[in-house]
Ligand binder design. Sequence first.
Ligand SMILES: [Zn+2]
Length: 238
Amino acid sequence: MYIFAPLKSHILMKINNALEKHFEELGDDHASAAQDTPLRKDAFVLSDEEKIESIKGNVTQIMQTLGLDLEDDSLKGTPNRVAKMFVQEIFAGLHPKRKPKSSTFSNKYKYGEMLVEKNITLYSTCEHHLLPIVGKAHVAYISKGTVVGLSKMNRIVDYYAKRPQVQERLNIQIVRELQEVLGTEDVACVIDAKHLCVNSRGIRDIESSTVTAEYGGKFKDEAVRREFLDYINIDTKF
Ligand SMILES: [Zn+2]
């Protein structure tokens, strides 16, 4: 015990120094600004495979701590399954390499009205509890000469949703990305979502949902915003 004690504190000191340096650098870069997902500088040093391997070990530890028998047939595949799901599915949108390619087209039809893509299914994860956020996103823009394929809007929603998120930030990130791709401020997004951390635990309010909205450019105008919200409220039946 005595022999290992100094070694342990030495390692701890090393980790502490590295962390201190890391947070200092973060502060310099303003990398943890509210609109950006707070990522560490070394976020992509590990490959996906290395991350899966590491997370697998961590999940194993959590399950063992809870007293679960990982020799059981039903449980033994869980750490690997969860690790793969984190890296390749529900948190896949952390990696910029998965950002949807932004192929745009010129607005040949000279369509000058707003285009609304509503009821985009949204699955995300609350970053405070790592529990699902399930809902709908409604996105709109008014073209300034550039248009995007309709499915691009779904893909952008999905990319930013696949991260540990807070709904407000997700909403802003979707609008910001579309503004950049389309070269216009005239973009809006409304999200209506259920947070399982509210619905299934804590206060356990099954009925409540959270609505957030972000309006850019012309959508700040009352009449334009009204038009957008009216379209969302159309009860689409096919
Ligand atoms: Zn939560």
